[in-house]
Design a protein around this ligand. Structure first.
Ligand SMILES: [Ca+2]
Ligand SMILES: [Ca+2]
Ligand SMILES: [Ca+2]
Ligand SMILES: [Ca+2]
Length: 365
């Protein structure tokens, strides 16, 4: 052991003891401080303890400590933080001049200034918040101040809130596809007008192409959700899903993507092979009149359209269930039909468009 090391071994614990004295003159150590430090104390305190925040942290500054601080410097050369937020050459300076030594804080760069640091950038330790830095590394995109924990999720394909498990609230299947271009066709929860109290399960179709929103019909099978034209012969179309415009809640009665048809008949020179949703047509007073059914049971929607009967010698009716979720439709004449609102063409022929004429409404909770 050389002379300097021996000096440090002796001086350093003495300083520690002296700082305790300054902090609490009434302590037993105060009496001992008047005497030389004995061998026992030197052995009890290792030089490294000078850097221990346990005793440095609350050490009060005191002008009388000037000499002690000079000696103290010998105790170490690691930069340290003072309670005053300044950086000092070592822990002794921080303790004696900086109001007590405190641990350095880890900071991350915050280039976009949103208060959240870049977790992927190397952090730095400092005594106070450096300019352009943050005390956390929670930003998942430090080049966009609209992206950070707690930011609202938009349907934009971006993880706006730095939580990969959370997605935007969607009103349409197009929203779902925008948020997640890899989303597959299937059932998704949408909200009417983004209202958390008005959820519904949509079937999203053609998500990889032009996403379209469908309402899956629960009541399917014999006598449910079909349209019919009865004449010399009959054509009947059954629906398992109908296309819905999720912002207006109108149904395109012409969409046959999830419909199947059977039979066929000639209307004049034209062969009719399918019928629009909710339309009943009859011609010639033969056999049974045309009938149709709309049944939204099991969905959170009800029928909000009036129906109307048109045609030559037309007669017909519509009977709604009490909750307006079911409509039984009759249409006949020579020829005549009953349809949602008033369809442009009751039987579906080439180049005819009825469009979004069946209006639905959300069943309020
Ligand atoms: Ca940031
Ligand atoms: Ca950001
Ligand atoms: Ca998003
Ligand atoms: Ca998210």
């Amino acid at each position: 052991m050389n002379a300097l090391s021996r000096t440090l071994l002796i001086v350093t614990p003495w300083i520690g003891l002296a700082c305790d004295v300054l902090e609490d003159p009434a302590s037993p150590a105060a009496a001992a401080a008047d005497d030389d430090v004995d061998e026992e104390a030197a052995e009890a305190l290792e030089p490294g303890e000078l850097g221990d925040p346990e005793w440095l942290q609350d050490t009060a500054p005191d002008p009388q400590a000037g000499l002690l601080c000079i000696l103290c410097i010998l105790g170490g050369a690691e930069p340290a933080c003072g309670a005053d937020g300044e950086s000092y050459a070592n822990a002794c300076f921080a303790a004696c001049e900086g109001g007590g030594a405190v641990p350095a804080v880890t900071y991350w760069p915050d280039d976009d200034g949103d208060g959240f640091g870049d977790a992927s950038a190397p952090p730095t330790n400092a005594c106070t918040l450096p300019e352009g830095a943050s005390d956390n590394g929670d930003d998942c995109d430090d080049a966009d101040d609209a992206v950070s924990p707690g930011s609202p999720e938009a349907c934009d394909g971006v993880d706006n809130d730095c939580d990969a498990a959370s997605h935007c609230e969607a009103t349409s299947c197009a929203d779902i596809a925008l948020e997640d271009p890899s989303a597959l066709d299937g059932d998704y929860t949408l909200h009417v007008d983004l209202d958390p109290d008005r959820p519904w399960t949509a079937y999203c179709h053609d998500m990889a192409g032009e996403p379209r929103t469908y309402l899956s019909l629960v009541a399917v099978g014999e006598g449910r959700n079909f349209a019919q034209y009865a004449g010399d012969a009959s054509v009947r179309t059954a629906f398992t899903r109908v296309r819905i415009e999720p912002t207006t809640l109108a149904v395109d009665i012409d969409d046959l993507t999830f419909a199947s048809s059977s039979g066929g008949l000639y209307h004049g020179q034209e062969l009719v092979t399918s019928m629009p949703y909710g339309v009943a047509e009859g011609c010639g007073h033969v056999a049974e009149p045309g009938v149709a059914n709309v049944d939204l049971t099991g969905t959170p929607f009800k029928i909000a359209s009036p129906f109307c009967t048109l045609g030559f010698n037309a007669f017909g009716s519509v009977t709604f269930s009490q909750d307006d979720q079911v409509a039984d439709v009759v249409g006949d004449g020579n020829c005549g039909w009953t349809s949602p609102t008033c369809s442009y063409d009751p039987h579906q022929l080439m180049n005819t468009v009825n469009g979004w004429i069946l209006q639905l409404a959300y069943v309020e909770p």
